[in-house]
Design a protein around this ligand. Sequence first.
Ligand code: NAD
Length: 251
Amino acid sequence: MAYSDRFAGKVAVVTGGASGIGKAIAARYIQDGGKVVVGDVQIEKFDEVIAELGAENVVCRKCDVSVREDVDALIQTAYDKFGGFDAMFNNAGVNIFKDFLEFTIEENDYIFNINYRGVFNGSQAAAKAFIAHGTAGAIVNTSSINYRCCGPNTTPYAASKGAISVFTRGIAVELAPYGIRANCFCPGSTDTPMVGKIARDRFPNYTAPKLAIKRMADPSEQAAVACFLASEDASYMTGESIFNVGGWGIS
Ligand code: NAD
């Protein structure tokens, strides 16, 4: 049951929206009255996304966030289908769980090329479009608990998320004169294809002792925070990295 129409008449672009947290963001934005353009490389999941979210509410387009032309075309889709957009969720991301001493530089570059470069591409393309159309838009970037706490096997990933959080602080300063806000949310362990199975298989006893709330988050619990940051309720917030981590690291 929808309890808000705060996004009525509004449109969001969500990268990595075919799965996990991105799909939950798209669902919540639509539940609260908005329309969504999803960009993802997993085009085989588009039929499922459209069936779940409704063909009248969502448009899916193939987009590799590391390719600027793809990101520009994704944003153009929002203008073509819905007449513009108000929020950019740069959420697409990848991880390789591996001991630092085993990591290759190619694997490191793969992570940065999608995680950080994707956020650079999406943030800049969105900001240019917002400014050109006079939209006081919101940019919401997906960082991670690993910006604050590093566990084993995630060092280049954590570094890419640190880059995203610091980058977001920088663009918040540079874009405030245009009325554009930019924030990050930082999920803790969340039950998605990226993390759920790996967390259960590899770290059954690793995360739980660090958590006050002793379970993984549901993707909808991350979407709630992401959509708050895109909403008018966050009108005085910019440059922040908001942790939604079940109390990870507080004790
Ligand atoms: P997921 O694998 O379910 O979703 C990631 C999506 O990004 C997938 O649909 C994938 O196809 C897409 N993607 C990958 N490379 C892409 C590219 N080059 N261009 C466009 N799309 C691409 O994983 P998730 O857990 O939902 O992850 C979403 C975001 O949340 C990521 O940025 C991830 O780093 C972050 N995150 C997740 C957790 C967690 O516990 N699940 C914790 C902290 C941060």
